[in-house]
Design a protein around this ligand. Sequence first.
Ligand SMILES: Cc1cc2nc3c(=O)[nH]c(=O)nc-3n(C[C@H](O)[C@H](O)[C@H](O)COP(=O)(O)OP(=O)(O)OC[C@H]3O[C@@H](n4cnc5c(N)ncnc54)[C@H](O)[C@@H]3O)c2cc1C
Length: 462
Amino acid sequence: MSIAEPETRSAGSPLRDGSLAPGRSAPLKTQIVVVGGGAGGLELVRKLGARFGRARYDIILLERNPTHIWKPLLHEVAAGSLDANLDEVGYREHARRWRYRYFYGTFAGIDRARRKVLVAPLLDEDGSEVIGAHEIRYDYLVLALGSVSNDFATPGVREHCLFLDSRLQADRFRQKLLNQCLRVSRQLGAKPDADSFVRVAIVGGGATGVELAAELYNAAAALRHYGLEVFDETRLKVTLLEAGPRILPNLPEQLADAARKELEMLGVRVLAGVPVVEARADGMVAKSGEFIPADLRVWAAGVRGPDVLRGVGGLETTPSNQVIVRPTLQTTVDDRIYAIGDCCSCILEGETRPIPPRAQAAHQMADVAFDNLCRQMEGRPLKSFRYEDHGSLVSLSRFSTVGSLMGNLVGGRMAIEGRLARFVYMSLYRMHLLAIHGWIKGLAMIAVGHVNQIVRPRLKLH
Ligand SMILES: Cc1cc2nc3c(=O)[nH]c(=O)nc-3n(C[C@H](O)[C@H](O)[C@H](O)COP(=O)(O)OP(=O)(O)OC[C@H]3O[C@@H](n4cnc5c(N)ncnc54)[C@H](O)[C@@H]3O)c2cc1C
């Protein structure tokens, strides 16, 4: 494949920003910068690195975390049923293997006129500066920063709720949950009162909220095997609050109903059509005025782009901070800048709603962005993104999995439950492992995952 020659400029040894040290003259490599190494970004840099390596093209990943964990696993990390240390991928090692450069840092903006990505100062735990604010030159830029939970400016949510947007937040939730379980187990034996229960309120009856609710019961049931002998799932009181008329709006009603029944059998109080208007330090306030007391409050309703994307570099963004892209995944105002995954808003021809923020969408967008970058550098026409919705699956921990498969997989829409649904649900993660590690290491990682399920403890307790 012939790719356009990298520009030759005199100025500048390969510094962190991709420029050359003064006094040296050498061809400057074409630099493709991907911001965010999540479901979409990491798959993309793997492909770019594998194809172009470091020979004449510099593939750079800017990411604010040292390790990657696939976001759909975060509710399991939060409940303790998954040890993220086993599933995380270190960017440095991954970058070495796939021949891209990993820059540890936080994206702070874009200077489009100078084609520079602005990077915030990197601070250590004490707040002292490790690397000052700096810039990274780009020839092509792909934004893949994902999303954060949308609190819809509901009073008290930022102060009193936990979120599941990152590994750090999931770890924090797990620690608080374990502490609360310990506290309650110490008080058992006394007359049962509010202190005899761990009360959790989860706002948002989408897949994240539903999956977390079920996972908590799985974890609570396992705790008695790990030293909390008098604690079990009957000590857990989870309330799931959904503003819409039913939980799991993306699934057919019959499946959402099946999921609700399963949750209720576990002991979850499912409240649909109940908007939350305030979060407090001791619970949530519903629009009706009802107060739902809760020791732990989780906000898992809605997504929006990170604040840093609002109007970034003069790009067109939505009111919820998502970068608007054309079907080629290029931004509306700059052909050299792409956006993929949750952080973009892409409405395809004939559609009225943007592509949903899902791991399968990020995966498919990474493929098309890769293809289009190659085409753009070769001067060939670009492809339009086509979203293939393979369906939605929701895992109710070990208790059940429900969902619907769609499109080419089954030639229509098919409701599935049970073992088949569980298998397909797990397949999405396996596809991600294959996409970021390649076939050999990917299959090895899948095998190691099975072994770990047998030999590792069922809960992560530290
Ligand atoms: C608990 C949970 C369960 C889910 N379950 C499912 C599911 O079952 N199926 C499904 O399809 N989807 C699911 N999703 C949604 C899915 O995780 C996302 O749609 C998907 O991860 C989006 O991929 P992405 O690459 O756009 O963003 P992400 O995977 O979120 O990656 C974004 C990356 O950007 C980095 N980043 C962010 N800001 C900056 C910055 N300023 N500077 C540098 N780096 C930055 C982040 O650290 C992260 O690595 C779930 C989400 C959650 C939270």
